[in-house]
Design a protein around this ligand. Structure first.
Ligand code: TXE
Length: 500
């Protein structure tokens, strides 16, 4: 584990950001600001405005005007693609600065932040092609008198609420696809990680996105977020965050204008390991699956389900891997696990570790706060003697806490994997193709990994089964999510008269 060192420097003073409406940055003025302290260093790094509901109304009005006058949706696919491509190039140009702010606000390792930012550029580049290939359908089999068309139209103004665990990545798994569909956006990032969303708005404008198509309001979830989900002039709301707020989003839609919803909520994702797997590789993948982003990841592989004959050996192998992970200052290039993002999350994780002990689970390793002199860090925890009814086996902890449960048969492994309210992601580790395919078919999850975990990219869609959410992001599915379908019946020749 690393001691705190600052190879990349901390800012000498926090950077003040404005919020973004109609193509312009608006300074905080008298509104007041959120001061964000780096969770790894405890020093102020950014200031973002506390927007008012009037600011939100102005942002929605700008997005509405931009949508209705067709300044974006009326452009052809080639023109929209050009903006998305330029955005990708500008993200690459500013990757170092974006990654730095991502690390300063979130506490994630700088090497990881850089990789995520480059992945985001790729999202825009990929979505540029989708802007050109989005199309509907035609029916040429309706008889000589009728021709049928199905067109896809942008839903309209999209509200986009994002969390703090992957502020830029989750944003960029949505924005390029929303824009490729022709919609306009009002985004509200998490109040603790708003900087890179504001940077993206600036980049989009520089790339030629017409004013009003991307707006960003900053503020607390309970005020600005709540006002956005209740807004009558927002046609669709894409929300990523907790199940609790997800329920509020569904209620708000029902109580206001029935806005369409996309929801990506929690996960309690199984990793099934068969005795015939390459266990060395699987142990490495399992350590990665729970350690990556300090386990603050909706698709973390937090439930390890291992064939009984190898369960003890495998637990030792995972323990050994976790002991060698480099935890420490996220600004250090070598760090693999950085700081916990918020004090509240730190408290939540530690309280689950206590609860696990109190419920009778055996802490095999980790689970203790790490003292580097400043910042909040937790050593990845591994629990044995876990039963499926324990809170640590059922609830999303959103931290580096892994539980192990043994199984004897494949049916038992599948039943354990499915014994959850969630259905976001799952992994299976085996050299046997029949087992891999059977488990892939029968475990109910929106993303599945075979002999790997947390793999991703712009092509394959993201989203959950069961209480993990509604709808899909990314890929062509992600663009279609932000469209609605219109059926068009076209009479050829003269129609048969109704009145004789
Ligand atoms: O999430 P919130 P929190 C889970 C994870 C974590 C827990 C709490 O288990 O421990 O949620 O995290 C905005 N109306 N996930 O409290 O509150 C908020 O400002 C509208 C899983 O930070 O859901 C932020 O922008 N918006 C997850 C966003 O919602 C509201 C990612 C998420 O915050 C609002 C994050 C309201 N009433 C947390 N209240 C994942 N699936 O990736 C808050 N917000």
């Amino acid at each position: 584990m690393n001691k705190i060192s600052t190879k990349l420097s901390l800012p000498t003073e926090p950077r003040a950001f404005g919020f973004w409406v109609d193509g312009k940055s608006v300074p905080a003025g008298k509104r007041g600001v959120f001061e964000r302290l780096s969770p790894a260093h405890g020093v102020p790094v950014t200031l973002v405005p506390k927007c008012t509901t009037q600011d939100l109304d102005a942002a929605v009005a700008a997005a509405r005007t931009a949508f209705e006058d067709r300044r974006w949706s009326g452009l052809n696919g080639q023109a929209r693609a050009a903006v998305l491509l330029r955005t990708g190039a500008l993200i690459r140009e500013r990757a170092e600065e974006i990654a730095w702010f991502e690390t300063l606000e979130n506490g994630k390792p700088i090497a990881q932040a850089r990789a995520e930012v480059l992945g985001c550029a790729d999202m825009f580049e990929y979505a540029s092609g989708l802007a050109r290939s989005l199309h509907g359908d035609s029916f040429n089999n309706l008889g000589d008198g009728m021709f049928g068309l199905v067109t896809r139209e942008p839903v309209g103004v999209v509200g986009l609420i994002t969390p703090w665990n992957f502020p830029f990545l989750i944003l960029c798994e949505r924005v390029p696809y929303i824009l490729a569909s022709g919609c306009t956006i009002v985004a509200k990032p998490s109040e603790v990680t708003s900087a890179t969303t504001l940077m993206l708005a600036e980049i989009l404008t520089e790339a030629g996105l017409p004013d009003g198509c991307m707006n960003v309001v900053t503020g607390a979830g309970g005020t600005i977020g709540q006002a956005l989900i209740e807004h009558d002039d927002v046609d669709m709301l894409s929300f990523t965050g907790s199940t609790r707020v997800g329920r509020a989003v569904v209620q708000a839609s029902g109580q206001t204008n029935f806005k369409k919803l996309g929801l990506e909520l929690g996960g309690k994702n199984p990793q099934i390991v068969f005795a015939d797997a390459d266990l060395e590789d699987a142990a490495d993948g399992v350590a990665f699956g729970i350690g990556f982003n300090t386990g603050q990841c909706c698709v973390s592989g937090s439930r390890l389900i291992v064939e009984r004959s190898v369960a003890d050996d495998f637990a030792r192998m995972v323990q050994e891997k976790l002991a060698r992970v480099r935890i420490g200052d996220p600004l250090d290039e070598a760090t693999q696990i950085g700081a916990i993002t918020t004090e509240a999350q730190n408290t939540t994780i530690l309280s689950y570790i206590e609860k696990g002990r109190a419920e009778g689970a055996r802490l095999i390793c980790g689970g203790e706060p790490l003292d580097f002199g400043r910042g909040q860090y937790i050593a990845p925890a591994l629990f044995g003697d876990v039963t499926p009814d324990m809170a640590i086996a059922r609830e999303e902890i959103f931290g580096p806490v892994l539980t192990i449960m043994p199984f004897d048969t494949m049916d038992e492994a599948i039943a354990l994997a499915n014994d959850t309210d969630y259905g976001l992601a799952a992994s299976v580790w085996t050299r046997n193709i029949d087992k891999a395919l059977t488990v892939t078919r029968r475990v109910r999850a929106g993303r599945f990994w075979v002999n790997t975990t947390l793999a991703g990219g712009p092509e394959l869609p993201l989203g959950g089964f069961k209480q993990s959410g509604w709808g899909r992001e990314a890929g062509m599915y992600g663009v279609e999510e932000y469209t609605q379908v219109k059926s068009v019946h076209i009479e050829i020749g003269k129609r048969t008269p109704w009145v004789e």
